[in-house]
Design a binder for this molecule. Structure first.
Ligand code: ADP
Ligand code: MG
Length: 356
């Protein structure tokens, strides 16, 4: 009974002894204090009704967390178990109540801190990835600037001569097809060089004007609708364009970015599907998003979607579209987010600083 005696006197824990009728036959001051009643009143009474769990059998052990009615903000841990006298004879039950409010608060605080840490870690990782991405794009841009001029000159000569040859081609369909192929390949190459140059282009603030994203989206949609009608795709287009979302930017670049994102969405849809284009404000940012119900991306593609030359579309892709979009968004001090699930679809969202 030594340990029990110690507990009965404990200033920390409330201790009760119950007889075989669940009546309190002994209690310490701390128990009365935690229960919010007088010690004399406690002794001889049954347990108050805010203690809900009663053992099914007298010998069962019960452990639970409770709030005393008199102090609902206090968190109590309750241990209730049988005690045995000499010869193992059942003597009654002991109830031990510990105030774990401070511990609980600490636990919640630690959990909160852990959540904050995880959030910070995630943001750090995203920043690192973004830095890496911008570094890669910068290197590529510098390289592109160096070669674009020469390649463009060469392509100019090829295309100029194609025009001349076209006029003189005899009525041989085989020749005509060759010339046609040369022209198409040279135009594709010119488009690749144009995209490379676009990635490497420095910020030119003199070209920046207020751009209404809703109006921009509307005009891009009108320009692109024939694109998927031509491809015989049944695409339901939903546009939710909030008025007055104006950002400071290069209209041609922003148009190019949106065109590329929508083009990818169209390409991701096989036969029929939905593309939703939305513009709305979120605090001091404008959000321009395009979501599609297309094939979606696997984890690997999602990670590499902004890598220059990364494409899953074989020879029909350049892998420069999204790199160019990322470069344009970076030049506008914006952020770009990709959410995608294989087989379900993709959402690309641009966040750009609003004017004013
Ligand atoms: P490209 O279109 O020439 O392949 P991009 O840079 O535009 O290059 O896109 C890179 C890759 O990202 C695509 O090949 C495709 O795998 C993936 N991707 C981009 N947009 C989408 C989309 N809306 N749905 C599914 N995959 C996409
Ligand atoms: Mg593309």
């Amino acid at each position: 009974m030594c340990a029990l005696q110690y507990l009965v006197d404990s200033p920390q824990r409330g201790v009760l002894l119950l007889n075989l009728d669940y009546k309190v036959i002994s209690a310490n001051h701390r128990a009365a204090e935690l229960f919010g009643i007088d010690l004399n009143e406690l002794i001889g009474s049954t347990l108050p009704d805010w203690i809900k769990t009663q053992p099914k059998n007298f010998t069962d052990v019960v452990e639970e967390v409770l709030h005393p009615r008199s102090q609902p903000e206090v968190v109590l841990h309750r241990y209730s178990g049988p005690i045995f006298g000499s010869h193992g004879k059942l003597a009654g039950r002991v109830e031990i109540y510990s105030d774990i409010t401070a511990r609980r608060r600490l636990e919640t605080e630690i959990l909160e801190r852990n959540r904050e840490l995880a959030e910070l870690n995630k943001r750090l990782q995203e920043t690192q990835e973004e830095l890496l991405r911008s570094e890669r794009l910068r290197t590529l841009g510098e390289m592109a600037a160096g070669i674009a001029h020469d390649i463009n000159n060469a392509l100019g000569i090829v295309l100029g001569n194609v025009q001349l040859a076209k006029r003189r081609v005899p009525a041989d369909p085989e020749y005509a097809r060759c010339i046609e192929s040369i022209e198409m390949a040279a135009r594709d190459a010119a488009d690749t060089v144009r995209k490379l140059k676009e990635i490497g282009r420095p910020v030119d603030r003199t070209r920046y004007r207020p751009v209404d994203l809703g109006k921009l989206a509307n005009s891009v949609i009108s320009a692109m609708t024939p694109e998927w009608e031509k491809q015989n795709k049944h695409i339901e287009l939903i546009a939710q364009l909030e008025a007055g979302c104006v950002v400071e930017g290069d209209e041609a670049e922003l148009r190019e970015a949106l065109t590329n994102i929508i083009l990818n969405a169209v390409q991701a849809i096989d036969q029929r599907g939905t593309i939703r284009i939305a513009v709305h404000r979120d605090g001091n940012r404008a959000v321009l998003s395009v979501s599609d119900s297309g094939i979606g991306m696997n984890e690997e593609t999602k990670k590499r979607v902004f890598d220059p030359f990364f494409t899953t579309r074989g020879s029909s892709g350049t892998g420069l579209g999204m790199s160019m979009v990322a470069a344009i968004v970076m030049r506008h001090n914006g952020e770009i987010k990709v959410e995608s699930e294989e087989g379900k679809g993709t959402l690309i969202a641009l966040r750009l600083p609003l004017i004013g």
